[in-house]
Ligand binder design. Structure first.
Ligand code: CAO
Length: 263
């Protein structure tokens, strides 16, 4: 092994994630060549295919204050009663599914010959998972039929499996729409890359506490999340992406409206 560390016998190179950075800086004495295989090789293939897609970008900020309060109220009890860790993602995924039901073209795929648009019945929402083995995109299947707690259970399972390299083929195939919560690491905006044959992906920024004016013109303490969308402009018009984003924003800013979609 040509990798050598100076004065740091315990340093590990098992993680590429900033959240799991080795605490001691790594110093390489020589260049190192690593064969691309597994997940990283698959990423080269899928990202090369994504170059064929004309990406259209659209960003907006969502005020998550009500959702932050709601989660705070129930998080502990959910953990205590069910053992499930309730993050923002299950709410965002359920709201996304409710919005996809209004804009099914965002849950579609362009066929190989570019002759047909296939509207997918299931909302299989892919979630970017940062793992020590590379970036993975497993999907929670049929989100339209799941409760928020069921989504949380499945998301926790996929997250764990991703970290332990235990995701199955079934977990990683069949996604129809994607979300990438880069905000769980940091950052405000991103330029997400579409995972073919899907036609859209959203990157969620970090929820930040910022001053904003309310309808009465008063400054309020708000929990703001920026969302960056990329859509396939061959199939998706900018107006469609904007209307979808407006609807999702409405659900997340007024989570009581989501009640209408709970099963
Ligand atoms: N803003 C503020 N806080 C956030 C947040 C955000 N956008 N996203 C998550 N958090 C909080 C969670 O609520 C949780 O807080 P508590 O400890 O108080 O409950 C904490 O951060 C940790 O959350 P988590 O990351 O464990 O869980 P999650 O469901 O929000 O996210 C997953 C799961 C798999 C999406 C995430 O772990 C991950 O891997 N993110 C990175 C995705 C990525 O790499 N994208 C780039 C792809 S392109 O290269």
């Amino acid at each position: 092994d040509i990798m050598e560390f100076i004065d740091q016998p315990e340093a590990t190179m098992t993680s590429s994630s900033p959240t799991m950075m080795p605490s001691i800086p790594t110093v390489m004495l020589q260049d190192k060549t690593e064969k691309l295989k597994g997940i990283r090789k698959a990423m080269v293939r899928s990202m090369k295919a994504s170059l064929d897609i004309p990406h259209f970008g659209y960003d907006d900020e969502y005020d998550m204050s009500e959702l932050v309060l709601l989660r705070k109220k129930i998080k502990k009890e959910v953990k205590h009663n069910t053992g499930v860790k309730l993050s923002y993602m299950p709410f965002i995924m359920k709201a996304t599914s409710a919005a996809l039901a209004q804009y099914p073209i965002l849950n579609s795929q362009l066929d190989g010959g570019h002759e047909n648009i296939i509207y997918k019945a299931d909302h299989n929402i892919g979630v970017a998972v940062d793992t020590p083995h590379g970036l993975l995109l497993p999907s929670v299947k049929s989100v339209q039929n799941l409760s928020i707690i069921e989504i949380a259970v499945e998301l926790n399972r996929l997250h764990e499996a991703g970290l332990n390299n235990k995701l199955t083929q079934q977990d990683v195939v069949g996604g129809t729409f994607s979300l990438s919560n880069i905000g769980s690491i940091g950052g405000t905006y991103a330029r997400p890359v579409i995972f073919p044959p899907q036609v859209a992906i959203g990157a969620l920024g970090k929820i930040q506490i910022l001053p904003r004016y309310n309808y009465d013109g008063d400054i309020t303490k708000s929990h703001i999340m920026c969302v960056s969308w990329s859509a396939d402009h061959r199939v998706i018009e900018g107006a469609t992406m904007a209307r979808f984003s407006n609807l999702l924003k409405d659900y997340l800013e007024n989570p009581s409206k989501l009640l209408l979609y709970l099963k």
